[in-house]
Write a protein that binds this ligand. Sequence first.
Ligand SMILES: *Cc1c(COP(=O)(O)O)cnc(C)c1O
Length: 399
Amino acid sequence: MSDHHLMSTYARLPVHFSHGEGAWLWDTQGRRYLDALSGIAVCNLGHAHPEITEALCRQAGKLVHCSNLYEIPLQERLAEALCDRSGMERAFFCNSGAEANEALIKLARAHAHRQGNRNPVIVVMEQSFHGRTLATLTATGNRRVQAGFEPLLAGFVRVPFDDLASLEALARDRQDIAAVLVEPIQGEGGVRVPSPGYLNGLRRLCDAQGWLLLYDEVQTGLGRTGRWFGYQHETEARPDAMALAKALGNGVPIGACLARGAAAEAFQPGSHGSTFGGNPLACSAALAVLHVMERDRLVERADAIGDRLLAGFRARLGDREGIREIRGRGLMIGIELDRDAGALVRMGLERGLLVNVTAGNVLRLLPPLVLDEEQEGLLLDGVCALVEDYLAPPAECAS
Ligand SMILES: *Cc1c(COP(=O)(O)O)cnc(C)c1O
């Protein structure tokens, strides 16, 4: 086999998986891997979860797709379930994180136009990641994502993340701002957790200025950080609208834009749409995901496992030379090195451990929320050994 017929968008690792179960994956040679990536925060319930499989099979045998030109009761049920948990009022369904953010951006612009702001500007953050479509790569704070795709879109202004003062300065200087778009914890940017009070402060500033507060919860949402939504680590930080995707379907593509108040009323029939968005198959998967998360208390579980892992990593790696910081919330954990960490991915793979490196020097762990006690121990030991061997290679490996 070769990848000559695939466009060269990924530098792929030389392994392919045949099946999985929970936090385990098997390759086609029969080797087993502990998955500490979950398809990048997608398979939060682990692989081949029997109840998701059953929901999909049952729905696939009845009705996979039906146009949004008709009523879709499963979509209405899912919207209600998500609104109940998030404090939002209405949902729009799409198929990916980038699309969910596109919906946020269009929603903010539509809302601004209705208020007479004909050239609305959205504030975005340095080191942010919002997706690969033209609007979302413009919003992304990473030149490598943007380079070669200019011209970028107008209507965005960038400030440093976790810095309320620069936003306050912007508020004094400009009259055209409609919204602030931020990840509650930056994922691709290196698992950057903002200072306590940052999101509350954003909420207060947005209220004072009449700006919408928009969260990209594509990675942080749905239990990943030990709360249903990442913003719920703070008390007064509820947004006007938020984007969800990744974990919503446990691997079945589905995204959502949720909103409340005036933002929830900004779209009218014809404003926005999606052929596949919220089809019965994807909605049945997402409803099963929410059901299992609730019944098995996976949000609390992510919180507890995450606390133990973070404490374990800090105790065993915190004082090592070469470690800059160990941070995270719930099962979104970053170990920042003082050097490039890219090689850890292949080293981990060779040891049967699937990890990720982002922002060049941050080892990122996003294990499934269903991790059991044994797997938790294997993950802690495996990651510590991996990092230790990388920082101080055993003599026979040094060259
Ligand atoms: C993954 C991600 C996206 C993009 O999601 P896609 O489904 O790949 O379009 C957007 N925002 C954040 C925070 C993400 O982690």
